[in-house]
Design a protein around this ligand. Structure first.
Ligand code: KIV
Length: 271
């Protein structure tokens, strides 16, 4: 990447240009200042303040319990750290599905209270009125199709989605509708790679994969999973780039030993 490319802020338009020239888009989740700062300085294109914060930050079993206030707190922490990446924030469950007025009010709170760049929401035709209303206020939207964790109670499992033709066709139609309505990108989660490629090829906006294969325009992972902080979650699509569970366990164990034995602090570590 050129020096200019490393410092010029990423915009939704630049993401479309990246797709046009075949440059893959990098995206990870972050929920706090320190992680977002490292990620941004490393050159990440998009940082997603995901509602997966409910799982990895708060320990809930699903993404449903996280609130708009919680998401705003996480997004504010991330935005303070970021100089270059595009910051996208998930609208949490229950803040946009009911009616489009409420959806706009939720999106406006995210944009005004956090100064993030865009929002993401889950679903296709079912939420299109909300999408239209938010977009008409000038707020950029990223869609999210396939495995949509906010609907886990409807589907019952986190298994691969859209394996059957009817569901695959609906997913493609939803993706095309989101593009036509004005979304700047779509995340597709846990669908067959061939379908991921088909969706990416049939849209002009970037299609970002999490478990949707290498034919998409970019990839996203949950940061705790790719750093190996979580060790109980091992779907096939996850590549772990570190074993922070092991590194942190070693550090905590040594600290406990050192304090118990009186080794820490030593003479140089006190005043
Ligand atoms: O909340 C999240 O982390 C997400 C990603 C899985 C795309 O939506």
């Amino acid at each position: 990447m050129s020096t200019e490319g490393k410092t010029r802020p990423v915009t939704t338009h630049r993401l479309v240009e990246m797709k046009q020239r075949g440059e893959k888009i990098t995206m990870l989740t972050a929920y706090d200042y320190s992680t977002a700062r490292i990620m941004d300085e490393a050159g990440m294109d998009v940082i997603l303040v995901g509602d997966s914060a409910a799982n990895v930050m708060a320990g809930f079993n699903s993404t449903l319990p996280i609130t708009l206030d919680h998401m705003i707190y996480h997004a504010q922490s991330v935005v303070r750290a970021v100089k270059r990446a595009l910051v996208v924030v998930d609208l949490p469950f229950g803040t946009y599905q009911g009616n489009s007025k409420e959806a706009l009010a939720s999106a406006v709170r995210i944009m005004t209270e956090t100064e993030a760049n865009a929002i993401k929401l889950e679903g296709g035709v079912e939420i299109i009125e909300s999408v239209q209303r938010i977009l008409s206020a000038g707020i950029p939207i990223m869609g999210h199709l396939g495995l949509t964790p906010q609907s886990i109670n409807k589907f019952g499992t986190y298994s691969v989605r859209a394996k059957e033709e009817a569901e695959a066709e609906k997913l493609l139609r939803d993706a095309q509708l989101l593009e036509k309505t004005g979304c700047f990108g779509v995340v597709v989660e846990k669908i067959p790679a061939a379908l991921g490629t088909k969706v990416a090829q049939s849209l002009e906006i970037p299609v970002i994969s999490i478990g949707a294969g290498g034919g998409c325009d970019g990839q996203v992972l949950v940061v705790h999973d790719m750093l190996g902080i979580t060790n109980e979650f091992s779907p096939r699509f996850l590549r772990r780039y570190a074993d922070l569970y092991g590194v942190m366990t070693d550090a905590f164990t040594h600290y406990i030993e050192d304090v118990k034995s009186g080794d820490f602090p030593n003479d140089e570590e006190q005043y």
